[in-house]
Design a protein around this ligand. Structure first.
Ligand SMILES: [Zn+2]
Length: 87
């Protein structure tokens, strides 16, 4: 399944990118391609994530800023239904 990058809308998304607005504090996960390299606050390649989703999620859960609902919605948009049953 191919999903377009949610930032440039031109290329297939290859990763999850996390963006935080410094002024409002609002933060969102987006599906991204390489167009946002160095702009995003956090970045996970789809291939790295799908290899070991359980470890990634538990790693993310340790972060103060992690929003699980937003991340799971983003997973869903990516068509990556490999959501660990432990969630
Ligand atoms: Zn892009």
């Amino acid at each position: 399944m191919t999903v377009l990058c949610e930032v440039c809308h031109s290329y297939p998304a290859t990763a999850f990118g996390y963006f935080q607005n410094r002024e409002t504090g609002e933060a969102r996960w987006k599906l991204v391609c390489c167009c946002v390299s160095y702009i995003e606050d956090y970045y996970i390649d789809f291939s790295a994530f799908t290899e070991d989703p359980v470890s990634w999620i538990s790693h993310l859960m340790e972060k103060r800023w992690f929003n699980k609902v937003d991340f799971l919605n983003t997973l869903h948009r990516a068509g990556l239904e490999t959501t660990p049953s432990t969630l």
